[in-house]
Design a protein around this ligand. Structure first.
Ligand code: FCB
Length: 459
């Protein structure tokens, strides 16, 4: 069966982000983040909820680690809340913040689970956001300072480091379209935020190495294979543009040391990226120990303004002002978010990487993948999510089957617990474990038991 075909040593983990699970936003000296600010603004969050309690993981981390141990995962990817560790984003560390992650990491190690720590999963300290956040070049250096603090505190125990999670999403949803924090609607003027994140990534890699962390270092980029909805020149051109904006701006500089070649007609839009310093690109292209890929879905691009049949999810929103839009993909079933379920496009993602980054791609981990569904909760709180289990079976096997030219070493399921899904609030449940919003009670779903069986059957 499934477990027998999984290569020996293929790493299975679960993935989370601090802001989505921790809560305790005022505890032990944590400072506000841009998301604290954003979630308080009217109309920003689909269900009007906020993450000030979230899944209360800050107080329940022991229980959550115990659930991971029971599950049998090899590793756990979590993020370090910058505003907990360095509340204002400058100056010395907040001891209590460091101590929380000390306890978490020690608990993981005692459970035999390898910690993978992400430095930035979107919770920018509010004072830095106030000055301009990633629109400001100086933020890259502030981020490197934070990396030094984190590296010094946890570098002896963290097995893998991820600098930044999905800079794509931060630039597109946060700075271009305003559907994520900080809510800016700068459209193409947001592009420099991509460069500053990438520069922050490169400086953080150097910073972590300078303090001698023991673990490997990488980045997590999200990739979506892009297809034109119609085979005509215009639609193909828009599809290429979307591929550049969504995928290549973020991957090419890291792996190839330069931005992609921009199509002649859109060169003006990309001017800020064309004019960057060669020295910046050298910083960005630090050699990496691994490359993290988040894969959720492919993108099908149509030309013209979005119309009524556009997918009813955040990603359709996310191109609403552009001369092209995401089109539904009727031949695939969809998740709760309306995202097409298409494991063959994880294979295509790997093929894209094999072709584009031949000879320069370090070992790859799928650092996120998973699905939200409208889970039906039985009276006892249990959830029979056969759909999520089959989503994971198909995607995990696509990952370990791999493609020639890419060394895929593992898959991290998004996510351990139903949590606060950014602008969707509590409306989208992605967890292997159901969380009762009122009582915080955790109930493993069928997908959890499925994965547990798979992991136990490994030889
Ligand atoms: C990814 C994010 C993660 C979560 C999943 C569903 O883009 O990295 O925090 O929101 O999508």
């Amino acid at each position: 069966g499934f477990s027998a075909t999984m290569p020996r040593g293929f790493e299975i983990g679960v993935s989370t982000a601090a802001f989505q699970i921790e809560g305790a936003v005022r505890d032990d000296g944590r400072g506000p983040s841009t998301w604290d600010e954003f979630m308080g603004q009217p109309g920003r969050i689909a269900d009007g909820s906020n993450a000030s309690v979230a899944t209360d993981h800050y107080h329940r981390y022991r229980e959550d680690v115990a659930l991971m141990k029971e599950l049998g995962v090899d590793s756990y990817r979590f993020s370090l809340a910058w505003p907990r560790i360095q509340p204002g984003g400058v100056g010395g560390p907040n001891r209590a913040g460091i101590q929380f992650y000390d306890r978490l990491i020690d608990e993981l190690l005692a459970a035999g689970i390898k910690p993978m720590a992400t430095l930035f999963h979107w919770d920018m300290p509010e004072p830095l956001q106030h000055r301009g956040g990633w629109m400001l070049r100086d933020t890259a250096s502030r981020f490197a300072d934070f990396a030094i603090i984190a590296g010094e505190a946890f570098g002896d125990r963290v097995d893998k480091w991820v600098t930044i999670n999905e800079p794509t999403t931060v630039t597109l949803n946060g700075y271009a379209l305003g559907i994520h924090a900080p809510g800016a609607t700068l459209m193409f003027d947001s592009l420099i935020s991509a460069h500053h994140q990438l520069l922050g990534h490169g400086l953080a890699v150097q910073a972590l190495r300078s303090v001698g962390v023991k673990g490997g270092i990488g980045i997590s980029n999200v990739h979506s294979p892009v297809h034109p909805a119609k085979d005509n020149m215009k639609t193909r051109a828009y599809a290429e543009l979307f591929d550049i904006i969504h995928n290549r701006i973020f991957a090419d500089p890291v792996l190839l040391g330069h931005y992609p070649k921009f199509p002649l007609l859109s060169r003006k839009l990309f001017k800020p990226l064309i004019e960057v310093d060669a020295a910046d690109l050298r910083t960005i292209a630090q050699p990496l120990d691994f490359y993290g890929l988040n894969y959720y879905m492919p993108s099908r691009i149509g030309s013209g303004a979005p119309n009524d049949d556009a997918t009813p999810d955040g990603s359709a929103e996310s191109v609403r002002e552009l001369p092209f839009h995401l089109r539904p993909w009727p031949e695939f079933p969809t998740t709760g978010f309306g995202w097409p379920i298409a494991p063959e496009f994880l294979t295509e993602t790997l093929n894209d990487y094999a072709t584009r980054y031949e000879g320069v791609l370090p070992p790859v981990y799928i650092t996120e993948g998973g699905a939200s569904f409208d889970d039906v909760v039985a009276d006892d709180g249990s959830v029979d999510d056969a759909n999520r289990a089959s989503y994971l079976a198909d995607h995990v096997s696509a990952a370990f089957a791999g493609v020639e030219g890419v060394d895929v070493r593992g898959y991290y399921v998004w996510t351990l617990l139903d949590n606060w899904e950014w602008a969707a609030g509590f409306e989208q449940r992605f967890g292997l474990i159901h969380v009762n919003d009122q009582t915080q009670e955790r109930t493993p779903k069928r997908s959890y038991h499925w994965l547990q069986k798979v992991l136990r059957a490994r030889t």
